[in-house]
Design a protein around this ligand. Structure first.
Ligand code: PBG
Length: 334
């Protein structure tokens, strides 16, 4: 590049709004958004989540209304996260395998009323276990192969309820391959798998754990299955394995602190790759903007464009509804 000032002035392109628009390299649209929603038992219930201002746990009837809003705004998919009554939790997370449980009945309702909205269900046991871990706990260890057997069944009942995308978020070794086999064997050949492939043991999940009620139950960390934030090469192995085992799409999680991982993975594998802007990221932006330290709308859009720039095909974000609203109302001002 033979750039010489003053003949070359990069500010010339930036000087007016029209030319800024012309040279803009990345845009987000409502098609990029996946909206995570917390659900609870009951009717007409909308519970505040202390750690996540403006995010609520919704009973099924209100979930349906929220999902309708998402559809109207052009959001292609939602992801469901249940808060389970503590009385239904046990060491094995048995309620995860009840085909009439909160998640399955919610999926059935949504599929009946809004058949075109994509539904993503987590496959992991943490909302259901009394110890808050994603897998089966035996002798103080989260057992890999025993957990996979349970996860396969969990995936099957969710697929049977009508879930479009099974999203294993547990980080057990080999689970994607076994889940794919189990789904295929039962005829669910078109049920997608979106693996949380590079999922880090992150402190940014704190508000989520409060939202699903697993925070106070955790006696030790998830570091024996979730990745060390210091590692990057390991993410390639995780992603390569999940793709080889049959994952259709992959997730890098959390979002903003792991843009380097997202970029490298997308660059190398070129598969549909999603970023998860997690609860802690949501709460940081929300609380700083509540205080007036940052502008909420601008900070949200900037954070999502960063995912796009780094190579994401889409992103899970608790800001999905408001983002879709911003995009609809005045996209030119962003
Ligand atoms: C659990 C799960 C977690 C999240 C999604 N699925 C938390 C964890 O692994 O402890 C985090 C989402 C968020 O923080 O928004 N399998």
């Amino acid at each position: 590049m033979n750039y010489k000032f003053p003949a070359k002035r990069l500010r010339r392109n930036r000087m007016k709004a029209f030319s800024r628009e012309l040279i803009c390299e990345n845009k987000i649209s409502s098609d990029d958004l996946i909206y995570p929603i917390f659900i609870i038992d009951g009717h007409n219930k909308k519970e505040k989540i202390k750690s996540m201002p403006n995010i609520f746990r919704l009973s099924k009837d209100l979930l349906l209304k929220e999902a309708e809003k998402a559809t109207k705004l052009g959001i292609p998919a939602i992801a469901l996260f249940p808060m389970i009554d503590p009385e239904k939790k046990d060491k094995q997370g048995s309620y995860a395998l009840d085909s009439k449980n909160l998640i399955c009945s919610s999926v059935k309702l949504l599929k009946r009323e809004l058949p075109h909205l994509g539904i993503i269900c987590d496959v992991a046991l943490d909302p259901y276990t009394s110890h808050g871990h994603d897998g089966v706990l035996i002798n103080n260890e989260i057992k890999n192969d025993e957990t996979i057997r349970v996860l396969c069944e969990q995936a099957l009942i969710q697929a049977d309820a009508g879930c479009d995308i099974i999203a294993p978020s547990d980080m057990m070794d080999g689970r994607v391959g076994e889940i794919r086999k189990a789904l295929d064997k039962e005829g669910y050949i078109n049920t997608l798998i979106m693996a949380y492939s590079a999922k880090y043991a992150s402190s940014f999940y704190g508000p989520f754990r409060q939202a699903v009620g697993s925070l106070n139950q955790l006696q030790f960390s998830k570091k024996s299955y979730q990745m060390d934030p210091a590692n990057s090469n390991e993410a390639f192995h995780e992603v390569a394995l999940d793709i080889a085992e049959g994952s259709d799409m992959i997730i890098i999680k959390p979002g903003m602190p792991y843009l380097d991982i997202l970029y490298k993975i997308k660059d190398k594998f070129k598969v549909p790759t999603f970023s998860f802007q997690v609860s802690g990221e949501y709460s940081m932006i929300s609380l700083a903007s509540e205080k007036g330290y940052i502008n909420r709308k601008n900070a949200v859009i900037e954070s999502l464009i960063a995912f796009k720039r780094a190579g994401a095909d889409g992103f899970f974000t608790y800001f999905a509804l408001e983002t879709a609203e911003y995009l609809r109302s005045n996209s030119k001002n962003i």
